[in-house]
Design a protein around this ligand. Sequence first.
Ligand code: FES
Ligand SMILES: [Fe+2]
Length: 448
Amino acid sequence: MMTNADSRVSEGVGGVPFAMRDPLHVPRERYYDRGFFELEKQKLWPRAWQMACRLEEIPGPGDFVEYEICDQSILIVRQDDLSIKAFHNACRHRGVQLGKGTGRMPKGQIVCPFHGWRWNIDGSSSFVYGKEGFEPECVRPEELRLPEVKVDIWGACVWINMDPEARPLAEALAPAAQLLDAIGFANMRVWWWKEIILRSNWKIAQEAFHEGWHVMRTHPQLTMGMGEDYPVDNVEYTTFENGHARFQGRFDPTAGGVAEGRGADQFIERSTTLWEGQDAMTLKRDIDVFMGMRNRVPPGEDFPTAAIAALFEYWQGAGIPVPPKNEGVRLWGGEVFLFPNFFVLPMYGNALCYRIRPHDDDPECCRFEIFSLTTYPEGHEPGRAHLMGRFEPDDAENLGLIPRQDVRNIERQQRGLHSLGFTELRLATEWESPISNMHIELDRYLAR
Ligand code: FES
Ligand SMILES: [Fe+2]
């Protein structure tokens, strides 16, 4: 069987070490080889559009976030007119980083901590301490302006690209981003946001989420006791241009036909397992609506359809801007992956998002961030979003059962890759096509 990735596999990968030779195998070195990692640092990260922060991290003028990717640091700064600019984070004098972490620029000024040179938040030079000690050509205001990084907004997130020649964001995210537009992704805000440092390559970590069929063994509680009878082909996978992909259920979840049964008890139990297991995708608010329907649907009738119709009614009544039912509801419980390292698992008016990037200049270490989003009633959106903290992968107090189950495999997989008895990953033709599609796009960046 041909996948739609086949036709794109071999073009332009000359000179890339451990390149993909077909869409069915991934050389293991791509996940730990230093040379491969350096090539990503040189050719992928400085050229790819990346999710740098959520808009609600920088609600007001002067608010900033430092976005770090490998050895690069970018300052994202909210402007007086609420537009956003991004700058390379290095003083024009002797290179000191101008901002660290997140916060608000004091008195609307970016101030270097070394000798006190200052900039307005639009990047123009506003003060040069000791100017008289310099030749005039060393301190010309236009020379001192902070170099800008391309910036754009999509999905209530700020995206950056260090390549001045980069194509527009909308083009780069097409056609996958539009799928999320249809379900009101841009209306969602952070419910919680946590980080884990994982002992794995950034790609291994994200590939744990690019298919749904690991649920049977990794998350047995979600199969409702079906065990190995849990259907492996109840999900369809689509790969797109630009390295993006999607998977979703074969059926419309609002109109019957899911695998796990249509009774009230089963549906509520499964929803509750999802809520308790991760506090994302399904939230307490949704469970309350479902419970309210429990005795209003006659036994033997299709409960999920009625319960989800009640959710749409609830959103409308509460002024929660979830778009009316459309084709996008099939994404619920599925995933949209945006190359290179951001993906969204939507459900109801919620979504679980992940952003994964290299950490500590180590090919086998990554920063693994989880954002649980929900849609708030209009006018009642929460204030500034904050990272709740960095947690250990097995921290049962701060991480739900479902993410802990996923993460356990990730670190074991990274170690397994080094086995003398292992040479390459073998991939399922359709069910793992998002993984090969991602690697093929990566090779295209590395070969350029
Ligand atoms: S290094 Fe920034 S003012 Fe000297
Ligand atoms: Fe999982």
